[in-house]
Design a protein around this ligand. Sequence first.
Ligand code: HAM
Length: 422
Amino acid sequence: MSIKALKGFKDILPDEVGLWQMIEGKARDIFQRYGFEEIKVPILEKTELFVRTIGESTDIVEKEMYTFADRNGASITMRPEGTASVIRSYIENGLYVRGSVQRLYTIGPMFRHERPQKGRLRQFHQMSVEVLGSEQAMLDAEVMAMAWLLLQEIGLKASLEINSLGCPACRPSYKEALQSFVKERIAYLCEDCKRRSDANPLRVLDCKSDNCQDQYTSAPSIIEHLCEDCSQHFAAAKQGLDLLGVPYSVNPSMVRGLDYYTRTAFELITTELGAQGAIGAGGRYDGLVKQLGGPDVPGIGFAMGIERLVMLLGQKEKRASKTGLDLFLVTPGEAAYEKGFQLLQTLRILGVRAMTDHEGRSMKNQMKQANKQQARFVLILGDNELESRVVVLKDMLSGEQETVALSMDFENWAAAIKEKII
Ligand code: HAM
């Protein structure tokens, strides 16, 4: 029996890779426009890192982490997200010494043992950005505007929902108010909500059950429980979005699935992916760096799920990725094949993306291959052409073809051909 990939783990096939490269390329370009630098962090970390950041009573830590003992018996986990690792690295490498504000991004695979479904995988990829060292609300607006611009430039629309989750000064009183509201209705709630009402009451608001949501329509709003500082911060963040012309709506029942958030939290939502509507999400995490043993610096960031972006784009237009070949060399004939083989190497050295057929197939078959590969030009070099020192160059877009006379000097052939096509 053949071996299949693990459930929830997906190959990204050549046909799709074009979209991935476009998305990642755009992201890098835009992140750099906003002054971000790339950081690469390990996939495996000590389990404790995620327990202490994401939070013990979150779904991710309770039931979704790929955690196992390594050969020395230490508990290690495949990262379920990027923020914790970036902060760990920021502290461990003293990145704060490079400047008071650090803008970092990382792109790569994350792992969560969730129930796989459309847009939800066990290995998925995030583009994750973090700004460490500033608590200014204008920065919140700037970060959200960057996420917004990225979606625009890759050709997607989403709605931006924002909320404020308060701070250690005001959240406890909200938690209490919500907890007593929930307790009054506990008999009508699902098992998950019953459990969460003690350990992590804010999370009940995120429940997927319609029945529970009906109960929460009159739940107290966190916005109304914010302290003066948080309230002003939220107002300033909204004003920043207004200044930048980024549309948003306030969703007071949006809570995030990770415990580290404070103040601004946001999600980029689409209605086109069924239940997995969040294509990006993030927020502020002001106490987190200190809590992990670093300096007392605030932070904010977000991550976008690449699979979800690819699915949305793929739904809109089937943009089959091309090999990007400049030229396919068709060489019917033995002598021509050998010369062509050398010519190809020189063309590649000169920077031309070129391919040929090594199987000695017919001219017709080789032309078919060139078509399939969507090569921009086809260069025909048969034994006759070789003898008369010419090649036939066919422009596959216009369909026109010309016979190009080449010098006696084979060394210069590649340069002359390159001149014609690039
Ligand atoms: P998150 O909301 O857990 O936040 O994930 C961010 C995004 O990753 C989601 O909006 C979604 O697009 C994608 N995603 C999450 N889980 C899956 C999955 N199982 N399959 C496919 N895509 C998925 C974070 O991870 C935070 N670290 C974001 C952040 C950065 N906050 C501050 N800085």
